[in-house]
Write a protein that binds this ligand. Structure first.
Ligand code: GP9
Ligand code: MN
Length: 616
């Protein structure tokens, strides 16, 4: 009956058990206090704990595949799993979401230990590593060799196997269909536990890589007929072709959300210049960003390709070998030259490679600008300097051109030199939220500088200007403080409304107009082409629809499966009436369910299957 295990084996087993239990306790604490996972019932909470325990048992059991160095392997694994856990903690602090493996691998590409990351690290995080010390001390205890395990080896093995498998199987039935909603990461973590979620993520990624190999042209034909129908419905707008042959200058307003427009702090406007410019522009107050983990790079991807971003990682980093029919390529057929301007490193977010794949002729990056310590802050060149140094390059571009400017100063954690502060900060307990308004005000000054310097020149007269916010700047983690500035608590419906970003299209000589159509970044390319009077070539598949076209059935789909229309928003499986902010019956939202799902899935199919290669 009693297993007479040699002392080494006893020790290995106890170390294994201690590792599993310590890490299990740590994650369980973090589920509650850091990740705020809301479990609705006892069973949901139980399954979360059971799947987590199961995955830890499964992972640490791998150590027994080796005959030697098991304690060392256990310790290494303990550190690795703690590092992944801490990566999730930092990511969650800003994004209120779980990190994905592609993002973890992008770490160097996306800023590494930049000031943004440092802002998220807290001194009390050392407590998250104390257990590592405790574990090493316990693992080194010679006394562990003496405690013999008085259960049969087979019983132990079967118990471990059952604890690994049973909770996952039960949970799959309990949360049925979660794998169809793989964009809802909290649901997957709830269903599988944190570490199995990461394994599932790796599995999903390798499955999607296979899709490219197995794809064939029939898939793309079906999608093409859907998008053609979507784009053709509606009348030709009065603005069609109004900017034919003009240069297109697009300005990305870094982290700029709609709520800053027409807002005052202590009686001072946050965006005085944009407030004025919107009166002389087509202004879209119901325009939403649709970015996901790829941030600015997602906004660029959506603008240039009119496809949805990936739910994990960024196309800029993951899929640049694909065939794309991007805006520079479409405009090349009309003899346009394309350039992008950005005062940061050319390889940051893999931009240089992505731009080549999209067909840009020139990328003016950090090495093309004079960047010194005095004229840069946070991620790079200050916006005012950036525009001033860009204008000479811009005036040399062969016309007509498409030029894209990525501003940078209004970037988390919103740092500014004292001389660049034009308004006072609001007074919340979150410095980050307070500083945001001052960096937005600086960005506004930079836009003003740019326009003032080009007005009266050919650049201004021969161009149209598209200015839009790339993504949110204040994440959910800071909503308590933001709510104080906005004067009300932020409900789920408000959260959706906060995803609005400014969009202004300034056409010199044309009167301003407010266009209230609900739309998203996916519609930008179609809108620009509409103004230029250019139709997309057959090889281009686009999910967007010109914002200048009348269409009462518009919807804006977000990467997490939520969506908004002119009347309703569907958030976290609940339908809200936008005007009242109140929950309403699901059937107000249900007419859009299948179209939203279809677009997100089809866009993924195009990207993972590299389907555009079959059209061109
Ligand atoms: C920096 C730019 C901005 O080059 O990508 O950063 P992001 O908004 O993507 O974090
Ligand atoms: Mn950005």
């Amino acid at each position: 009956m009693i297993q007479k295990a040699p002392s080494e084996k006893n020790r290995d087993f106890w170390i294994f058990l201690i590792a599993v239990l310590l890490l299990w306790i740590k994650i369980s604490i973090l589920y509650k206090w850091c990740f705020h996972i809301s479990t609705q019932s006892f069973w949901e909470a139980f399954l979360l704990e059971a799947t987590t325990l199961g995955s830890l048992l499964g992972i640490f059991s791998l150590v027994f595949l080796s005959k030697k160095h098991r304690p060392k392997l256990c310790i290494s694994l303990y550190f690795l799993l703690t590092a992944i856990l801490y990566g999730n903690v930092l990511y969650y602090r800003f994004y209120i979401d779980f990190v994905t493996i592609p993002v973890l691998f992008q770490f160097k590409n996306v800023g590494g230990l930049s000031q943004s990351t440092m802002e998220l690290i807290k001194f009390y995080d050392v407590f998250l590593f104390l257990d590592c010390l405790v574990f090493i001390l316990l693992a080194k205890q010679q006394v562990l060799k003496q405690y013999t395990l008085s259960i049969r080896k087979k019983v132990v093995q079967s118990t471990i196997c059952l604890t690994v498998i049973v909770p996952i199987v039960v949970s799959c039935f309990y949360h049925s269909g979660f794998w169809n909603q793989s964009y809802d990461k909290e649901l997957i973590v709830k269903s599988l536990g944190l570490y199995s979620y990461h394994l599932f993520d790796v599995f999903q990624n390798s499955k999607s890589s296979m899709k490219s190999v197995l794809a064939d042209s029939s898939e793309v034909e079906e999608i093409a007929s859907y998008v053609k129908k979507k784009q053709k419905s509606g009348t030709v707008p009065e603005y069609h072709g109004i900017a034919s042959g003009k240069n297109v200058i697009v300005i990305f307003l870094e982290s700029t959300q709609g709520f800053v427009m027409d807002r005052e702090i202590d009686g001072q406007e946050v965006t005085p210049y944009l407030n004025q410019l919107k009166k002389e522009s087509l202004y879209f107050p119901n325009f939403y960003h649709q970015t996901a983990q790829g941030k600015t790079s997602d906004a660029e991807f959506i603008l240039d390709n009119s496809l949805y971003p990936l739910s994990g990682g960024s196309v800029f980093v993951r899929k640049t070998n694909n065939h794309f029919v991007s805006l520079p390529k479409i405009l090349k057929e009309q003899n346009y030259y394309s350039a992008s301007f950005h005062g940061n490193d050319a390889f940051f977010w893999n931009r240089k490679v992505a731009y080549e794949s999209f067909g840009y002729d020139r990328f003016f990056s950090k090495e093309d600008f004079e960047v010194t310590e005095e004229n840069s802050i946070n991620y790079g060149l200050k916006d005012i300097e950036f525009f001033q140094q860009s204008i000479p390059y811009l005036s040399e571009l062969p016309e007509p051109y498409y030029a894209k400017f990525l501003t940078l100063t209004n970037h988390f954690p919103y740092l500014l030199d004292p001389e660049d502060r034009w308004i006072s900060e609001p007074d919340t307990d979150q410095g980050m939220v307070n500083r945001y308004f001052t960096t937005v005000r600086y960005e506004d000054e930079a836009i003003k500088t740019f326009f003032n310097e080009i007005k009266g020149s050919e650049i201004y007269d021969n161009s149209i200007f598209v200015l839009f916010g790339d993504h949110y700047g204040i994440s959910k983690s800071y909503y308590d403080a933001l709510g104080k500035v906005l004067g009300h608590e932020i409900s789920p419906n408000d959260d959706m409304e906060l995803q609005k970003v400014p969009l202004l299209i300034h056409i010199p000589g044309m009167e301003g107009k407010e266009i209230t159509a609900v739309g998203g970044q996916i519609d930008l390319r179609a809108t620009i082409l509409d103004l230029l009077g250019v139709s997309e070539s057959d090889g281009a598949l686009s999910f967007g629809k010109s914002l200048l076209m009348e269409d009462p059935n518009r919807f804006v789909a977000f990467r997490d499966g939520s969506f908004t229309t002119n009347q309703y928003s569907y958030i976290d499986h609940t339908c809200y009436a936008k005007e009242t902010g109140k929950k309403v019956k699901r059937n107000y939202c249900s007419p859009y369910f299948s179209a939203v799902q279809q677009e997100l899935n089809d866009s993924d199919k195009i990207i993972y299957g590299d389907l555009l290669r079959f059209l061109d």
